[in-house]
Unconditional design. Sequence first.
Length: 237
Amino acid sequence: MAKLRLDKFLRDQGIASRSEIKDLVRKGMVTVNDTVVKDPAAYVTSESDIVKVNGERICYKEFVYYMLNKPKGLITATEDKAARTVLDLFPEKIRRRDVFPVGRLDKDTEGLLIVTDNGAFAHDLLSPKKHVTKLYEAVLDIYPGEQAIKAFEEGVDIGGYIALPARLSFISESDPVIARVEIYEGKFHQVKRMFKAVGATVLELKRLRMGEVWLDESLKPGEYRELTDEEVAMLMR
Ligand code: URA
């Protein structure tokens, strides 16, 4: 069990800014085990002490994990001077935790994006050594033929780099051509470049799954929800 200062406890949970937290505590709006504590430097035990702000319990979470259905048109970054980023979809309370997207989807790609404040988790998820597969669905301009399946299996040249073997299948061969591809890596424009290598252009791209975790289809583009404990465990495996 971790012992930490009350102001740090509240800051870690994204309750308010540093100075607002000091004010809240000094004004007597924070209780620990139902006793008003006015000292921001008082120590609390994160798991066992019951901390409330204005009567509302604040449960301590070391890390947070979200599944976002990324919409087209937003860039995958934490901030940008000109463009809207995926973090603009999250409220201040969550952004204050310094959350960030795990990996990158292109501006015109949609689908599953994990957002967390756990750096080690993100690092592991992206490491090719961990073999966390990513499944994409692509709408193509033309059907590249059966031979594309073999080419993907063997590893296509995406411009001076041979992609790791990938599994390709077709949901539909015409009107529109829809393919699914499962890859282990996340090179820049990887899926688009892989299809280019077999003569097809990606018109639309959506990430459906990472590891064993599927995009929750009840999330509309731009919506997010917390990952369940089971989903986090599946991604950590
Ligand atoms: N591959 C791409 O080409 N674009 C993405 O956004 C993700 C994978």
